[in-house]
Design a protein around this ligand. Structure first.
Ligand code: COA
Length: 159
């Protein structure tokens, strides 16, 4: 049974487990410990719309999924989402189930009418996730990400 719970102070070690060359192959590569500390503080902060959630199977954390505002077009702010599942738990449907639960969360929030995901074009599991959850491919373009340009897909779902 997959559940989502808010990111907690004791979840900092999960960021190290996500920070391998394999896990970050489509995300520019591993971050420094300082960058991970900042990311952890950002995930704990409650002063912005959205949140980072831990994907759990029972009591076991298997990954994370988050949502935050994307105001690239200030006239049409949308939710953006992103996810990670630990290597030993991949290919068991956890990310797919977590995404369906996240859609319930953002629908209940009610603030924005669309949610988008921007996986790199060659991130096969993330693109499959979007397609399976009913997102529509809007465009493929270059996105600035951590100082680099990533050729990514813009997948959108009307909530
Ligand atoms: C993307 C990620 C979260 C998927 O997690 P997961 O729990 O293994 O995904 P699921 O088991 O729910 O599978 C989702 C879909 O991807 C497919 N898939 C999973 N692993 C795959 C792989 N290595 N190659 C191709 N397709 C794959 C599954 O078949 C499924 O598609 P389907 O429903 O059409 O059969 C995981 O691979 C990951 O953490 N990657 C590294 C971090 C990352 O790239 N995050 C995304 C940034 S946008």
């Amino acid at each position: 049974m997959v559940t989502l719970r808010p990111w907690q102070p004791e979840d900092r070690p999960l960021l190290d487990r996500f920070n391998t060359p394999e896990m970050t192959a489509h995300l520019v590569g591993p971050e420094t410990p300082d960058e991970l500390d900042r990311r952890h503080r950002r995930y704990l902060s409650v002063d912005r719309p959205g949140g980072m959630l831990v994907i759990c199977d029972g009591d076991i954390p298997v990954g994370s999924i988050g949502y935050w505002e994307n105001d690239e077009d200030p006239g049409a702010v949308v939710w953006e989402t992103g996810w990670s599942v630990l290597p030993e738990h991949q290919r068991r449907g956890y990310a797919g189930q977590a995404l369906l639960r996240l859609l319930d969360v953002v629908r209940a929030d009610g603030r924005h009418s669309e949610i988008h995901a921007y996986p790199a074009v060659d991130n096969a599991p993330s693109n499959a996730l979007c397609r399976r959850a009913g997102f529509t491919l809007r465009s493929t373009r270059s996105f600035p990400f951590r100082g680099e340009e990533l050729l990514s897909n813009d997948w959108a779902l009307i909530l």
